[in-house]
Design a binder for this molecule. Structure first.
Ligand code: UDP
Length: 340
């Protein structure tokens, strides 16, 4: 069974391709390589022992997308990762985020419709919940205002897919709301490769510990949380990756009751920034140089998942805990030092 994976050389995309290949899918990988490296493909092939069909295409190029889908109109599904994902960058450059994330989604949906590809899995985000009133958030928790243009592109993306589903009853979609993916493949052959300075907490931690960055700044310790720092739900990227294989099989096996379903993908544990630092120090025995700084624009106070729905319906469970994830992130940082 063939699956088209957009953004396949990116962080979650690459780990998902490994999982799909392990579960006997054939993968067509599409990426414009604007925020990822072709090197990742070689490493995926090393891990899996399988070849990937790769296309360097910008999904904002409608004709290129239609040509790709025409060539692979026998695909059983599409997993659409490709998107820009930095909260602070989106605050600085909202038009870049709206244009890239929405235009690419529209082109992918147009191609799915034109070539009647039956199944679609979309990378959404827990940021769609905004500052939720009740924690943990379930899939029914009311959606608040987006705190950043990035989060808004995910809210708009979900709305577009829901409307698309209404008028395309034979096409089945799943929206996967990721919480905070961290860590790297246990082989340490693939992981997150930050372009320039990292924005996300864990690569920032590992780069500080290895000496690439002088110091980590904790963005605020005056939030109304147990230690004043933000609370998030950190989840191993391999656990997130496997959920995509389960979601796709769920649709292929016609287990869905709606043609546009949504699942939270989080560990269910709310962890503060300061607790993440402690977990890193404990797992790796590295001492981290950090300081407390001002709040960062666009951050929600706290969010973590109720993952009961994914556990029950997709039969999904996390294999890794926070310390496993920190250890794998550190192993990957050490590996990157040799590589780049
Ligand atoms: N964070 C931090 N210092 C950093 C990077 C991130 O304190 O250098 C905090 C950030 O304020 C947030 C949490 O770490 O509370 C997770 O941020 P990240 O950017 O990794 O993910 P987000 O939840 O924003 O998608």
């Amino acid at each position: 069974m063939k699956v088209i994976v957009t953004g396949g050389t990116g962080y979650i995309g690459s780990h998902t391709i490994v999982d799909l290949l392990e579960n006997n899918f054939d993968v067509v990988c599409v990426d414009n390589l604007s925020r990822s490296k072709k090197y990742t493909l070689v490493e995926i092939e090393k891990i899996s022992g399988k070849k990937i069909n790769f296309y360097q295409i910008d999904l904002c190029d409608k004709q290129a997308v239609l040509d790709l889908f025409s060539e692979h109109n026998d695909a059983v599904g599409v997993i659409h990762f490709a998107a820009l994902k930095s909260v602070p960058e989106s605050v600085e450059n909202p038009l870049l985020y709206y244009t890239n994330n929405i235009d690419s989604l529209l082109n992918v949906l147009l191609a799915i419709q034109q070539f009647s590809i039956p199944n679609f899995v979309f990378s959404s985000s827990c940021s769609v919940y905004g500052n939720a009133e009740q924690l943990p958030v379930t899939e029914q928790t009311p959606i608040k205002n987006a705190e950043s243009p990035y989060a808004h592109t995910k809210q708009i993306g979900e709305d577009i897919i829901r409307n698309f589903a209404n008028t395309n009853p034979r096409i089945n979609s799943i929206l996967l709301r990721y919480f905070n993916p961290i860590g790297a493949h246990p082989s340490a052959l693939i992981g997150e490769i930050p372009i320039d300075q990292p924005n996300n907490l864990v690569p920032y931690i590992t780069q500080t510990a290895i000496g690439k960055l002088p110091q980590l700044t904790v963005f605020g310790n005056d939030y109304p949380t147990r230690d004043g720092s933000n609370i998030r739900d950190y989840i191993h990227v391999c656990d997130i990756a496997h959920a995509h294989t389960l979601a796709l099989n769920f649709l292929i096996d016609k287990k869905n009751t709606s043609n546009c379903d949504v699942f939270n993908l989080g560990s269910g544990n709310g962890v503060s920034v300061l607790e993440v630092i402690q977990a890193f120090e404990k797992a790796t025995l590295q001492k981290l140089n950090y300081t407390i700084g001002a709040r960062r624009a666009g951050d929600v106070v706290a969010v973590y998942a109720d993952n009961t729905k994914a556990a029950k319906q997709l039969n999904w469970q996390c294999k890794y805990n926070l310390e496993d994830a920190m250890q794998s992130a550190w192993n990957w940082e050490l590996k990157m030092q040799e590589l780049f």
